[in-house]
Design a protein around this ligand. Sequence first.
Ligand code: GLV
Ligand code: MN
Ligand code: MN
Ligand code: MN
Length: 388
Amino acid sequence: MLAGLDEIRDLGADPVRGGYSRHLWSTAELGLREWFVERATRLGLGIDRDRNGNLWAWWGEPGADAVVTGSHLDSVPGGGAYDGPLGVVSALDAVARLKARGFTPHRPFAVIVFAEEEGSRFGVACLGSRLMVGSLDPAVAGALRDRDGVTLADAARYAGEDPELFGPDPAALGRIGLFIELHVEQGRGLVDLGSAVGVASGILAHGRWRLSFEGEGNHAGATPMIGRRDPMVAAAAAILAVREAALARPGTRATVGRLEAVPGGTNVIPSRVQLWLDARAETDAEAHELVATIAARASASAFVEESWSSSVEFDASLRDRFAAGLGGVPVLSTGAGHDAGVLAAHVPSAMLFVRNPSGVSHAPGEFAELADCVAGTDALESLLVSVL
Ligand code: GLV
Ligand code: MN
Ligand code: MN
Ligand code: MN
């Protein structure tokens, strides 16, 4: 059980930040894909690569009205071991158990690995699922650049993908009859409720914006304090405004987790500063109001939306049926984004959460007890049996 987590323990371990940095099509992420293909093949699953960098492993022939389960293998910079991989490993373990007990699915079934769920390399979260459902323009996607200036199209070619094929994939989407994503919980909801496993009700509205501040680059020692045009000062004021705006709207969340000074020298007044805002709220309207407040207070020369996701309500009948089928486990919402949220607008989708004792995620301290991970796989297996 969950030997897969052990097998990938060293892939993308980040000695500088701690935790894991497994960015799309990096050596680490390609290694994880190889591991997935090898593991799935050993289970007798057939590998299929779609047009948008997502990996599928089919039990039998691909077909319509399929049950699909899985998650992602990429991570945030310095992320935890569970966000993404737990859903993939549990799916493969569920397949192994079903095969061991001689179970035969009565409808097509696949395990999926989505590309660039975190958006850590190219800035847009859930890139693979968004391209598939057609909510992201493939021309826009192809031109996205990573921190080194490499375009997504060039990175795709380097990884052996064909960016000319990126775009809406009604054939792939049309095969999904039902999607289930198992995920480590990214909060302490299940700890407080005393349950190893829960079912998702919904996801907050969330988006990402890039703010630019322009100034005049100059010498840190030779330039008097009076008369400087230092964009870092404006950026700092904007960061405080971000915090204040979110505090003034209970339930909303706003974060600046990334900041770049150009050129980035200790003894250089920057000529430009960019920062990235992550803002979330219960409703789309609240999230937009929050961001409008921030935009009005931050004296940014550019305020650009890089990624947007409306709030999600998971399929109510599936949610209730799954929660009841698991003996009445808690139903709870999350502030974290997921490919299941992107798919939910198109196909019945559900999520299972596994308790996280610290509640920490997107950081090395993310954790789940083995017994809870096993309980999660038990739950996934029983839900699969009920729909297959
Ligand atoms: C992705 O995990 C996100 O919620 O940002
Ligand atoms: Mn994540
Ligand atoms: Mn995730
Ligand atoms: Mn996520």
